[in-house]
Design a protein around this ligand. Sequence first.
Ligand code: UDP
Length: 232
Amino acid sequence: MKRIKINGINTYSFKSREELIEYAFSEKKSLIAINAEKLLHANEQMKNIINNNIGYSDGIGAVWALRKKGIKQTLKIPGCELWLDIIRHSYLKKTFYLVGSKKHVIEQTVIKLQSSFPGIKILNYRDGYINTEEEKTALLNDIKDRKPDVVFVALGSPKQELMIEEMLSIHPAVYQGLGGSFDVYVGTVQRAPEWWVKNNLEWAYRLVKQPSRIKRQIHLVRFAWLLLINKI
Ligand code: UDP
């Protein structure tokens, strides 16, 4: 495992997903997906959060940067696959808690996990629309009482990272922010077909499918340019 700073942000490069998972369980911190958007635009608060946790190369932009800075074997580890790798690796030994996405999505996620991983211990779950302080306090107290080993939080960024900070302060565990991964898991949002994923063109596929993402994807183009002219 290696770690370097890119634009002030600690980014880890792991030899394998296994190594990342073992490290996460030994540290009990938050796994944070690093991509071009975060590397370019994380504010001080987000930088601090990432630097106190485990930022891994989820996006191709982060992989390019790590390779350019000499870590040639850097793996791209998509967050939407990583959470399932964590479950596969540890569902017979560890306990889980799930927060995020719409009510029917989280319900279907739990049902699908229980049938794919018989015996999985999901201590509790809830949707990601936490609208009042009371709801938030109830969630934090529940996590403190149940003490899960792994908590997945799918609220999108930066909401999920901020929520995980609060959770970590009351209960140390492995946390991962998942963005839209529950939606992908139950099929309400489609991931790119395998060919696009294999060729590191997932970002292009998402752009074709959801042209409104151009505002977010443009970061990758700008990031690649800055990397090329050695500004990062
Ligand atoms: N979401 C949520 N609570 C909120 C806002 C969003 O649970 O207050 C969920 C939303 O239903 C979706 C996910 O967060 O499942 C956001 O996914 P998106 O793809 O925007 O995340 P990204 O990975 O792009 O940050």
